[in-house]
Ligand binder design. Structure first.
Ligand code: SF4
Length: 341
């Protein structure tokens, strides 16, 4: 297909409107469209329509707190916690009361799910203890999600028993090349979580200008293959002074295009489509999930991201509202596909 071949884009959008999932080659062609072409905007409009239908026009906002901040041996080039990046040199951990206060605030603010994040080496036993304490202090219907390192089957079961409904876990772009982690182990953990009854949300991330349409299409297809609660796309945020920051960042418009193409690469059984960081362009291109953040954040050099890049639940609501979306009230439907809208 030639770039800007409107006829061909029409055919693909028709195919998608009929509920079909696009092939690798078709996704590659849509990812090759110039970000400001009329065809790219039509792809965004089509994805937006699908996302709104699937979510009954009610987007979700999930909110994440981090239990610790520490130099991490995972050494993901894009992460402010990576030891090699030298942003943070000592570990700080939240006390149980601080973690509970963050989680309760998210609940009060109307987050549809509360996420608990740790760096890769946070002791697992302590993570479970802290999680149980948070769980005890939240309403029983509040959905709790974990964002932690790779885990064996027994730990996945312990997480389920501690009250988690699901996890966020991704095989990141160029995993094992730009990170010190193994892509196979990431995939194995995703299977372990699902086998333990935890729903997995994922994303094509963190996208930089160096990632080719083919790489992005392969990752979109991988995320579709695990039948996630949601997929989506997120761009890499440059941490100043790091090696990978020299590659630059993609625009929000390009990210919105990838968010839209990701939706067209998912079957309708995947209800959600996420983007990060929250932005109106993403929402109008079919993102139906944003994250609010508090405490440490791997895209921020501030110790408390609420004083830096992190958005609040109310900020996210405002962006969705400006983009013509309502926001779902109540426990996340993406992490509980049995719940109807
Ligand atoms: S992304 Fe996770 S594993 Fe990688 S350096 Fe950051 S905290 Fe560690």
């Amino acid at each position: 297909m030639l770039y800007g071949n409107a006829m061909h884009v029409d055919e693909l959008l028709k195919k998608s409107a009929n509920g079909e999932v696009l092939s690798r080659n078709e996704l590659v062609n849509l990812l090759k469209l110039p970000q400001d072409s009329a065809e790219a905007y039509r792809v965004m409009a089509a994805a937006n329509r699908i996302s709104r239908e699937l979510a009954d026009n009610r987007a979700e906002i999930h909110a994440q707190l981090a239990l610790n901040l520490a130099p991490c041996p995972g050494n993901c080039a894009f992460c402010s916690f990576a030891r090699v990046n030298g942003v943070f040199d000592t570990e700080t951990r939240l006390e149980p009361a601080q973690a509970v206060a963050y989680a309760r605030q998210f609940e009060t603010d109307g987050a549809n799910a509360v996420f608990i994040m740790t760096t890769a080496t946070y002791p697992f036993g302590r993570f479970i203890e802290m999680s149980r304490e948070i769980r005890r202090n939240l309403k029983p219907e509040t959905i709790l999600i974990a964002n932690v390192g790779d885990q064996p089957p027994e730990n996945a079961h312990r997480m389920r028993a501690a009250g988690f409904s699901g996890v966020y876990h991704a095989v990141r772009l160029r995993e094992g090349i730009d990170t010190g982690l193994s892509p196979d182990k990431r995939k194995e953990s995703i299977r372990n979580f699902q086998d333990a009854g935890l729903e997995v949300g994922t994303c094509v991330e963190p996208v930089g200008p160096e990632h080719s349409p083919e790489e992005l299409a392969d990752m979109i297809l991988y995320t579709a293959s695990i039948n996630p609660a949601y997929s989506g796309a997120a761009r890499r945020i440059s941490i100043p002074g790091t090696r990978i920051a020299q590659n630059g960042m993609i625009s929000e418009l390009r990210m919105a295009q990838i968010v839209a193409v990701t939706r067209l690469g998912m079957p309708r059984t995947v209800p959600g489509n996420c983007t990060h960081e929250p932005c109106a362009l993403g929402a109008v291109a079919g993102a139906s999930l944003f994250w609010a953040e508090a405490g440490a954040n791997p895209r921020d050099v501030e110790k408390k991201t609420e004083e830096g890049r992190g958005e609040t639940v109310s900020d996210c609501k405002k962006i969705f509202s400006e983009s013509g979306w309502d926001v779902w009230e109540g426990p996340s439907r993406y992490y509980n596909r049995k719940l109807k809208t």
